[in-house]
Design a protein around this ligand. Structure first.
Ligand code: CMC
Length: 391
């Protein structure tokens, strides 16, 4: 009733104008600030992409050096922030710690919380980009009972993160350059995706004037769900449960059964109805990384068989369900030694670039209003209160 448009799940509602990311779901096109994802994946780096998302243009050498320098000078966690971790249960999920930890940043940094001040917004952006890998590595190390590592600021972004994850005191960490390259690529592909659930959450929270750390923490919690960023962890669990290529048919049958709520994780997308261009790049990368690291993961055979079986099944064809960005990413993370509970954390590090870019764009747009969806009321008609003794 009334004058509202009913659009459950926002399938056909544009909630904002944005100049950051373009998707053509029918053609399988994804571009950041006009640059095709394929070119960025091949030629750029995550930090350069983060700059592009935030500022709208690729940086020149001076701009990039200054950006990298700013980020490098904000990589540390406040020493008292570390104590915060001691309150978590020893085997807490890293995403639970990450969400709480990022929300708590607004308890450590009060000097950049004027959301109407462009300089404050930039400082918060730098702090978030710089500290996400440090906090994420701390979440991992706390979950396995290892001491935290300080960021090594002589390393670049992705390598620095890998060192904080895996370095053990007084033992040099031998990392294949393939690892950093693969992780950098995954970060580029996950950096932004226009108004997905977590980014829309960041904007909705941001629209109330909430501080940047609170807004991004809300994005992290939205990302955690298995229909969104939690899918990468769920894919690996699913592939492990399927176990071998000859069990694939049963999984496909179950996914089609409407009485069974099992879905093929890493399949389907609200916007892509042809293919997910990120999945194409990741599939290729997956083969390359496994070959270069000399890893022979039987889960890759299960994944390939599953993709093949689904793509020739009329159920998936009719519904235009294709592998999405998360279908092969977990196999790469696993080959890099990253445990599955950390997969969604990886996604969050990368998506922080997009979340902040959207949060800043929102605050730079004159006339932005608070987000306030309406509803169609389907509850009881007016009725009179009945006392407890009469119920
Ligand atoms: N397996 C089996 N059936 C599926 C699947 C799937 N993975 N995805 C969609 N369907 C069916 C669904 O049952 C429905 O069938 P019907 O028309 O007969 O009712 C039809 O396809 C349309 O699905 P929907 O749920 O209405 O589509 P949506 O746009 O609301 O949901 C989605 C999109 C990604 C949440 C969904 O495809 C899904 O749950 N996929 C599995 C989880 C996943 O991989 N998520 C990661 C998405 S990409 C990265 C990210 O965003 O973080």
């Amino acid at each position: 009733t009334g004058h509202f448009t009913y659009d459950p799940g926002f399938g056909s509602t544009a909630s904002t104008k944005s100049a950051i990311t373009y998707i053509d779901g029918d053609q399988g096109v994804l571009m950041y600030r006009g640059y095709p994802i394929e070119q960025l994946a091949e030629k750029s780096s995550f930090l350069e992409v983060a700059y592009l998302l935030l500022h709208g243009e690729l940086p020149n050498k001076t701009q990039f050096a200054s950006f990298e320098n700013d980020i490098t000078h904000h990589t540390m966690m406040h020493e008292s922030h570390k104590n915060f971790f001691q309150g978590f249960h020893h085997d807490a999920h890293p995403m639970a710690m990450l969400a709480a930890s990022v929300a708590s940043l607004s308890a450590f940094y009060h000097d950049d919380l004027n959301v109407d001040n462009p300089e404050d917004r930039q400082l918060a952006a730098i702090r978030l980009l710089a500290k996400m890998p440090t906090i994420s590595a701390a979440c991992y190390r706390y979950s396995i009972g290892w001491p935290f590592r300080y960021p090594r600021n002589n390393l670049e972004y992705v390598n620095r993160f890998l060192h904080m994850m895996f370095e053990v005191p007084s033992e040099p960490l031998e990392l294949s350059p393939v690892c950093a390259k693969a992780l950098d690529l995954l970060f580029i592909l996950h950096a932004d995706h226009e108004q997905n659930a977590s980014t829309s959450t960041v904007r909705l929270v941001g629209s109330t004037g909430a501080n940047p750390y609170a807004s991004i923490a809300a994005g992290i919690t939205a990302l955690w769900g298995p229909a969104h960023g939690g899918a990468n962890e769920a894919v690996l669990k699913m592939l492990e449960e399927i176990g071998s290529p000859d069990k694939v048919e049963t999984a496909v049958k179950r996914a089609k059964d409407k009485n069974d709520n099992f879905r093929l994780m890493g399949f389907g997308h609200r916007v892509y109805k042809n293919f997910d261009p990120r999945a194409k790049i990741i599939r290729e990368m997956c083969h390359k990384v496994l070959a270069e690291l000399g890893v022979n993961d039987p889960l890759l055979d299960v994944a390939m068989k599953l993709e093949e079986a689904a793509l020739k099944d009329s159920y998936f064809v009719e519904r235009k369900l294709y592998p999405n960005v998360d279908f092969y990413s977990g196999i790469i993370y696993k080959a890099l030694g990253i445990p599955s509970e950390m997969f969604t954390v990886m996604f969050a590090i990368a998506r922080t670039a997009g979340w902040i870019a959207h949060w800043i764009e929102q605050h730079e747009t004159p006339g932005s209003r608070i987000g306030r969806p309406r509803q169609l009321y389907v509850g009881a008609d007016k009725r009179d209160y009945v006392g407890l003794d009469k119920r």
